[in-house]
Each structure stands twice: as structure tokens, then as C-alpha cells.
Design a protein around this ligand. Sequence first.
Ligand code: BT5
Length: 311
Amino acid sequence: MNETRRSILGAIDGETLSGPTLAAELGISRAAVWKHIEALRAAGFEIESGADGYRLIDVAAYNGPAVEYGLDAPFTVEYHDAIGSTNDRARELATDGAADVAVLADEQTGGRGRLEREWSAPAGGVWVSIVSRPAIEPARAPLYTLAASVATARAAREAGVDARIKWPNDVVVPIDDTDYRKLAGILTEMEGEMGRIEWLVVGIGVNANVDADALPETATSIRAEAGDIDRRLFVQRLLEAFDRYRNDLEGVVPAWREHALTLGQRVRIDRQTGEIVGDAVDVTASGALVVDTENGRETVSAGDCEHLRPV
Ligand code: BT5
């Protein structure tokens, strides 16, 4: 958001200030103050104007300026009412050199899961893709994905949902000891060369204010579990938590363990090199799953994981 507009919002949040006072404080004309106030109103900020001046009443909207206002993390937010895939748009921005941009949409018409699977993304969800340019070894990139799953699980728990993480990074809600429904998924894509990451896009899809009927049978939503949320506040907490974890990668795996549903479960993992079945006992420092199988202990860094009934 434009710095002057951010300053105006800050000044009239909790205090009534007159046009002339604002103009003097910001070093702009009264006409300019009026234009900025009108632009902020058009962006969904509810600003009261009385005899004493202007006052911010509410930020009810869900869009770029509204999410940026009050956000305690260094992201600019690009909002779309509808878009094919926020990951595709984020990749475009990343290729053009962008950093710390979050692409946000109300609805995606071509949402993508991993391995070219489809991702349902009706209006009302939280569909967001974050562009980062981290100075870390590519081998540590999976920690960014785990960071996103922890941030998502935390934000969903704050919204009153019993959200847990299924390895590697599905956020699910348990139904019983082995069954669960999927609340959110994460798709990370990156570009780089030996030893260096050029950019990294972490796409997070959360079924927020969405009817479960509009989703695959195996899915659930925040609406179905706990009722509708204020998506603006939800995205802010999500981006802030993600930002904290990406700056504290050592803290990611311990936090992941706290929210993990997979540890202690009997699992089947479908990997490119074949399937393994066993007991999930731990995750390594880079987020790989440690599984005790009939043939000994195995460490799995990627694959689809299914929780099985105990034998
Ligand atoms: C994922 O893939 O879980 C990653 C999903 C990432 C979505 C975000 S939204 C913002 C950004 N922009 C994008 O285009 N994508 C990212 P995967 O683990 O492959 O799971 C995909 C499978 O989940 C599908 O095959 C369905 O079975 C199921 N599924 C599809 N839509 C779903 C939904 N909304 N909720 C829960 N499950 C869903």
C-alpha cells in the first residue's frame, strides 16, 4: 500500500483527526487528504467523517490494501477476485525478480495440487502463494514447505479447528484414530541451480468459508468445523507465522512435531521408487519421515502418505 495511505490509516485508527491536521502532519494538501480518504473507502476501509474529522471504523474488506494494513510481516499483497492459479501468477512475478509478494485470490479456476493434480478452489477459500528468495541451500527448501504447514495449522487452530499435520504437509482434521479430512494443502515450486535458490513459491490453499459440498469428499473446511472466519485476519496471522518460521528454520521441525498427526501411526508411503509400509517414528532435521519397516528403518524424503489401521 502507498505509504501516505498507510500513514493516514495509522493516524485515524482509534483517533478522530481533522483534514487540516492530517494534511499538516503528513505534509500534503487538504485536497490530497480527501483523495486518499476516498481511495481508501473505495478499497473497503470504512472511514467515518464527522464534524471533528476522520476516523477508521472497520476494515471489513478482503483485498490487497486491507490485508497489508495491520500486517506484521514484510509482504506486499496482490489480490485477485478470480485467477487461474495463484502459484502461476507468483511464478511469473518471481521470474520478473519479485520478492516477498503474496498473491491472494478469492477463487481459483485452475488451482493445482502436487503432480499436476487438480485443486478445488471455490470462492470463500484462502488461496495464497508467497514468493521468497531465500539464501539457503536448496536441500533445506523442504523446511519452507513444513513452515507453511505449521503456520497454516496454527492459524486454523486459532480459528477453533482441531488442525494437525499429516506428513509431509497436508493440514487435516482427525475424525477418529486413523481417519481424517483434508483442510489445507501446500504446493512449493522453486527455481535454482547447484547450491543456490533463485526463487521459491509456497502456495497454500485453505478451505476457509467454503461449504464442504463444494469440495472433494475427503475434504473439510473451517466453515464446516468451526464456522466462518474473518479471512483478512486469518491471512495476516498465516503470513506472520510463515515469516517467523522462515527466519527461524531451526524451529520448524520441533514446531512441526508438535502438530504432527503422522508420528506414531502405521503408514503406507507411495514413493517414486516404490511403496513402503511401517510405523512412522520420527522426522529428521530436514523433515524426512523415519519409518520402521519389516526390513529395518527407512528414511523417506518425499511421497504420498496414508495412515493405516494398526495391525
Ligand atoms: C496439495 O496437493 O495438497 C497442494 C494444494 C495446493 C493448493 C494451493 S492454493 C494456492 C496455490 N495455487 C495453486 O494453484 N495451488 C496452491 P496434493 O497433495 O497433490 O493434493 C491434491 C488432492 O487433494 C486432489 O487430488 C484431491 O484429491 C484433493 N483435493 C482437491 N481439492 C481439494 C480441496 N480444496 N481440499 C481438500 N482436498 C482437495
